[in-house]
Design a protein around this ligand. Structure first.
Ligand code: NAD
Length: 250
């Protein structure tokens, strides 16, 4: 594996924390040079860290140009930045709907369209989008968030079809509940964080939260040149949550 990413350049959005930070570490360990696009880029351990708001087209366009100025190429785009939302269908205002869809879905379109002219020149171009188990499995109190992540899966397939003949592969990962600062914030806000964590762990068929490193491994596979025949699909990294109906543990 070690030579797979040598000389390749990647952008990881939301790469300063959690899953994106693990993806950044993993791609760098495999030899890629990685630019992190984030609202808080100073926290990123990357080759280049740029303050980009995926909700703001001007910062996206400037950020992609910074990558080209610095490295002269772009091979891999990891659309990972995302924000959460809680509540049933009555639980979010129009403003919240527009904001979450703007970051989680339109944000991927903004970065992808700015990256495309450069990906077209890569010998091994790939895009990986971070979706969620919420895209394929009904979770309570996640109406808006689930809608945004379902849109990510549909967008992934449509992009894979559009860019198939250009050799640009587009795939997604669907993580289950992962042990990241995001989930840490949810636990901190719960009335009983210990009980809430136990409930989230129990919801995972394998009995624990997913690690950011496990998701990064899946992303690295999908982004890498060895996955040359894999496009328009998604990889579940959820301990079996989407597809399994296990009996309770003895
Ligand atoms: N943690 C989970 O359980 C889980 C499960 C499934 C999917 N996901 C998805 O994984 C992705 C990463 O989640 P995480 O748990 O690592 O979260 P996190 O909050 O730890 O990290 C998210 C990063 O994205 C950045 N970000 C947020 N809005 C941004 C914007 N507008 N522009 C640029 N950067 C922005 C944040 O600054 C942060 O560094 C998200 O898309 C999330 O929906 C997370």
């Amino acid at each position: 594996m070690a030579a797979d990413f040598t000389s390749l350049v990647a952008i990881v959005t939301g790469g300063a924390s959690g899953i994106g930070a693990a993806i950044t570490r993993r791609l760098r360990a495999e030899g890629a040079r990685v630019a992190v696009f984030d609202l808080a880029p100073q926290a990123a351990g990357a080759d280049l860290a740029v303050r980009v708001d995926v909700g703001d087209d001007a910062t996206v366009v400037t950020g992609v140009q910074r990558v080209i100025d610095e490295f002269g190429r772009l091979d891999i785009l990891i659309n990972n930045a995302g924000i959460g939302a809680a509540g049933d269908i009555t639980g979010n205002s129009d403003e919240e709907w527009h904001r979450v869809l703007d970051v989680n879905v339109v944000g991927m379109a903004r970065v992808s369209r700015a990256a495309l002219p450069h990906l077209r020149r890569s010998p091994s171009p790939a895009i990986v989008n971070t979706s969620s188990v919420a895209a394929t499995t009904g979770l309570p109190q996640r109406a808006l968030y689930s809608a945004s992540k379902g849109a990510v899966l549909a967008l992934t397939r449509a992009m894979a079809a559009d860019h198939l003949h250009e050799g640009i592969r587009v795939n997604a990962v669907n993580p289950g509940t992962a042990d990241t600062p995001w989930v840490g914030r949810l636990l901190d806000a719960a009335p009983d964080p210990v009980a809430e964590r136990a409930a989230l762990e129990a919801r995972q068929p394998h009995g624990r939260l997913v690690t950011a490193e496990e998701i990064a491994d899946a992303v690295a596979y999908l982004a890498g040149p060895r996955a040359g025949s894999t496009t328009g699909t998604f990889l579940e990294v959820d301990g079996g949550m989407a597809g399994l109906r296990p009996r309770p543990r003895e």
